[in-house]
Ligand binder design. Sequence first.
Ligand SMILES: Cc1cc2nc3c(=O)[nH]c(=O)nc-3n(C[C@H](O)[C@H](O)[C@H](O)COP(=O)(O)OP(=O)(O)OC[C@H]3O[C@@H](n4cnc5c(N)ncnc54)[C@H](O)[C@@H]3O)c2cc1C
Length: 378
Amino acid sequence: MDFTLNEEQKMLQAMVRDFAEKKLAPVADKIEQAEEFPMGHFKALAEIGMTGYGIPAEYGGSGGDNVGFVVALEEIARACASTCDIVDAHLSLGTEPIYIYGTEEQRRKYVVPLAKGEKIGSFAITEPNAGSDVSAIETTAVKDGNDYILNGTKVFMTLGDVSDIGVVFANIPSLGKRGMTAFIVEAGMHGFTRGKKYSKLGMRAATNADFIFEDCRIPAANRLGEEGQGMKICLSTLDHGRLGIASQCIGITRAVLEKSAEYAKQRVQFGQPIANNQAIQWMIADMAAGLEAARLLLWKAAFLADKHEKFTVAAAMAKLMASELCMQASIKGVQIHGGYGYMMDSPMQRYMRDAKLTEIYEGTSEVQRMIISREWLK
Ligand SMILES: Cc1cc2nc3c(=O)[nH]c(=O)nc-3n(C[C@H](O)[C@H](O)[C@H](O)COP(=O)(O)OP(=O)(O)OC[C@H]3O[C@@H](n4cnc5c(N)ncnc54)[C@H](O)[C@@H]3O)c2cc1C
């Protein structure tokens, strides 16, 4: 067993850390307060290959493996979780399924500009009546000649307000319960509009909006995969996406731990640094031990993905443990910083607000527990 990164992964880690510390961290609070998609960040991510990480060069990407992906995303999230969320939504959810399930023509037409960062991707499964239960989607796709006619509403799409290309799921009614099918929808297609834009508690620079389909005509050439293959595409995409969310949690937790340890050593109360109190030491110890454990789970899941082995449960475990760690650590981080941690000019409150989302999207903690327990109770 070898827990060390290879030379390529170490170089990537160092390069992304440098990028994140210089470009992302200094403006992390500013961009999240603005609650606007940071196009400048997206273009900068494209320049360092992060909009197409894992996608081969012939399709506009920069190559790389899943372990490299999680290592890089940890560095981005440590500096700015919103930016990490943007990479995950654009790349893992909006680009990779087209690369994996798309035809050669779809790869050339959509994956190339997405991977190069010329276009922004998104992923749309959630609906007003279908959240954790993705099989409950009500959006329909009815075949009409060489087209499909889509009708329905999708809610909460990350990057939904700015994305150019969306992977959208709908049911083909004639196929009954097995009708879920994926489609590639382009902004500007007739009958497709963006709905409400949301204001959120955290991750505010990774913007969200609804999608509305009213007799939206999609050419059959834009169907992704086969009719009825939608559930498989959706679930396998979320497996990959969860590696990204777990990385996000590891990055936030590391930022909390580093800043809390530093603060505890310099903040003096009762004539000594607060770090001298066992109550503070235990909070730091719990964060550090949890961070190590969650990162190992994540690296294992990424390693399995790289070996093309089944990693659904490993990814669910990594996401569950990392997100709950991140939430608890960020609450403790605010506590260690006392009143200063509660003020909006401290990043501690941002970590806490960002952390909460990681327990909700791409499958809530309860859904991760369902995935994990199913393995043991089958
Ligand atoms: C900021 C943000 C960004 C998002 N981005 C996207 C995106 O890009 N694309 C996309 O398609 N979706 C996106 N989503 C949707 C997200 O994936 C869902 O919100 C999430 O899956 C939960 O669904 P829900 O909100 O409908 O909650 P519900 O499914 O209604 O759940 C409500 C509560 O009930 C619990 N619950 C539900 N079923 C069970 C059960 N069987 N057992 C125990 N507990 C249960 C849940 O865990 C939760 O605590 C985003 C959401 C947010 C908040």
